[in-house]
Design a protein around this ligand. Sequence first.
Ligand SMILES: Nc1nc2c(ncn2[C@@H]2O[C@H](COP(=O)(O)OP(=O)(O)O)[C@@H](O)[C@H]2O)c(=O)[nH]1
Ligand SMILES: [Mg+2]
Length: 321
Amino acid sequence: MPANLPPQYFEIEKKYREAKEPREKLVYLQQLLAVVPKHKGTEKLQAELKTKMSKLREAIKKRKRSGGSGGSWFQVEKQGAGQVVLVGLPNSGKSTLLNTLTNARAEVGSYPFTTNLPQIGMLEYEDIKIQIVDTPPLHKDAPPWLFGLYRNGDLLLIVLDCTNDPFSDFQQINDIINERNIFIKKNEFGDIKDAIIVLNKYEMSDAQVQTDSFLQQYQTDYRIIIEPGKDMIRLENLKKTIFDALNIIRVYTKKIGHPIDKKDPVVFKKGTTVIEAAEYIHKDFKKNLKFARLWNDSGYKGQRVEKSYILADGDIIEFHI
Ligand SMILES: Nc1nc2c(ncn2[C@@H]2O[C@H](COP(=O)(O)OP(=O)(O)O)[C@@H](O)[C@H]2O)c(=O)[nH]1
Ligand SMILES: [Mg+2]
């Protein structure tokens, strides 16, 4: 064992040893590999971790093929421009939010544990669709796959019921997910998930004082939004906050000699360059790209741009090969 491993290595290793579900173990191995300093002295350890990972992957595959039991595991395949996963304690209003934001009709109940399996809806935001995943309530003995859903999501929407105690609920949520190495605030190790906190049921008179003081305490550290309810302006605000938090851009391609047709955007991560977009759209584009022309609302009207030009939301691009 190399002597200079960071302390978090041992914390994650402990969780790895305690995890029972192979897919959970795999996640911890990935995290271990990520925190191992990369130099000659750790090469053997890195190789060992990789071997363990491939053995686990094999075992998982085999179990799937044989239809074996070993506990159920739910994964939600990503669709659309991003996957947003709802997180919350029982009765916080997750399913209601899914129904408000999307075309889904998830069951809503005034009693806890109405939602036992992930439910999916598509949120229409301008010209793209964003996937929203409703989940069973979080509690300390929640099944491992629930944390798998959180880890896999591009963004977490943490729903707090402000008629309850949002401070203690938030603390409880953090305690449980931190224990599984999921962090929604900058932390030196583990997954750092992008998250939006939704303060729900704000319209109730007993919620407002708590909501305001929660905002005051946390708004510099977190992205917080007050429950959209049936208020359309707030709902639009929530949708836009989700779009912004996903860190994505919409890029439109234009054919040479054709007019601009701002339809069917291709979605990229923020920071994507012209050459990266070209490669994604067509392998040959990358090899043969000579230059590109750009149109947008901030002054470009077909000027040539470099391959290293960083694209922005709404850019229209014409590839010349
Ligand atoms: N007053 C109020 N009640 C809400 C709101 N959102 C949800 N609820 C109620 O809270 C209860 C739990 O909602 P549900 O969406 O099933 O919560 P979940 O368990 O987190 O999925 C239901 O009785 C809902 O009608 C809201 O914005 N305001
Ligand atoms: Mg529910």
